[in-house]
Design a protein around this ligand. Structure first.
Ligand code: XIL
Length: 370
């Protein structure tokens, strides 16, 4: 009797699975299950990785990383502060580990970043003369870009050289070397790592005034006969405020200059703050009202996040012939820098995977979109 019941139950389950499988197939064509497969013919799908992830401490996280993405960007370990903490004293350990990780999982490396005013070693700011700063630049670029020649697919050569109004930021490089430091950086990178894609990278450079400044930089590099292959739009955007028109216009205008476009640091922030952009020295005091979703993200916000990501990826696919890569600034919400910036200690939800490494509704929206 019991046996008979068991058998009927098994048959019932089997038929149910069969019927739902057939039914499911009729409903819609089988779709990709990973971002890298879904966009294989369109653009690379990247993520920023930190040192801990490269060391494969959490198997589930490694699994997610290796199956979903085909490109990685070092979140911190290839910044000048990490690589050259003291004058002409280099520390390559973690950056080398990242290269090994990329080989093991067959991923491209999009290296970040050679010349940037933030996360600079302290000694650079105390250099007194233009000549010593020039020497730092050439030594740093030759050593770092030279070491990873043939191992990285692209470099962000200069990061965030612009103010919001499109004028050049008065960084330590600008102050001592004048505006030509940007052309010089690209010239040095071209020589140190020929054949590698060289990018100018910034945030808010999809907005008209900053975009105009970015175009000026690109044209000056090109006019000097120096190689520049692409422009990175960081893509630190805010829920419900995607500048879709500006992004599209920027993709078109940058591509018209013969450049590839990459979205290099994508995240969509769901928490409030009183400024836009990603200048990392700009911060806000913490306040409980700025951290409303400590336990979980309400469904309504989850859905809006999915809609925003959907709109973005539809735009990227529309311009897939101009877009080389879309890189998220982190694998999952638990890793996001937006938990700590611009307000310390918040619980933010800007990415496609949650803190338990599970896909969020936004992931399914992006994967299933036509
Ligand atoms: C961020 C990292 O995610 C943080 O871990 C670090 O503390 C500060 O920098 N624009 C950039 C990135 O170009 O390098 C920054 O990354 C985020 C803003």
């Amino acid at each position: 009797m019991l046996n008979h019941l068991n058998r009927s139950f098994a048959v019932y389950i089997f038929s149910y699975l069969l019927v739902s499988a057939v039914h499911g197939q009729q409903q819609r064509a089988p779709s990709a299950h990973t971002l890298r497969d879904r966009f294989r013919d369109d653009f690379m799908i990247g993520t920023a990785v930190n040192a801990r992830q490269v060391q494969e401490r959490i198997p589930m996280e490694t699994q997610l990383l290796a199956t979903q993405f085909n490109a990685i960007t070092p979140e911190n370990v290839m910044k000048a502060q990490s690589l050259q903490p003291r004058w002409n004293s280099f520390n390559f350990e973690q950056a080398d580990q990242l290269i090994e990780f990329s080989k093991k999982y067959h991923m491209n490396v999009n290296a970040h970043t050679l010349i940037w005013h933030s996360q600079l070693p302290r000694f650079v700011r105390s250099l007194q003369t233009a000549d010593s700063l020039k020497l730092f630049m050439s030594n740093h670029i030759n050593t770092v870009a030279g070491r990873y020649y043939g191992k990285v697919q692209s470099w962000d050569v200069v990061n965030e050289a612009l103010n919001e109004d499109g004028t050049l930021r008065k960084s330590v490089f600008y102050d001592k070397l004048g505006e030509n430091y940007i052309i010089e950086a690209f010239r040095l990178a071209q020589a140190a790592t020929p054949g590698t894609d060289l990018y100018y990278n910034d945030y808010n450079n999809e907005k008209p005034a900053k975009r105009a400044g970015c175009i000026e930089i690109i044209k000056k590099i090109q006019a000097a006969g120096v190689k520049i292959d692409g422009v990175g739009i960081q893509g630190h955007w805010h829920l419900g405020q995607l500048p879709i028109k500006d992004i599209e216009e920027s993709i078109l205008q940058y591509a018209a200059l013969g450049l590839k476009v990459a979205i290099t640091e994508l995240d969509i922030e769901v928490l409030k703050r009183n400024f836009q952009g990603a200048e990392i020295s700009q911060r806000m005091n913490s306040d409980p009202s700025l951290d409303p979703y400590k336990e979980s993200l309400p469904d309504s916000i989850q859905q809006r996040l999915a809609e925003d990501y959907d709109a973005l990826f539809k735009l990227f696919v529309k311009h897939k012939d101009k877009i080389a890569r879309v890189t998220f600034w982190g694998v999952h919400d638990g890793q996001s820098w937006l938990n700590g910036w611009p307000v310390a200690g918040r619980t933010n939800y800007p990415l496609l995977f949650d803190r338990q490494y599970r896909p969020k509704p936004a992931f399914y929206k992006v994967i299933d979109s036509e």
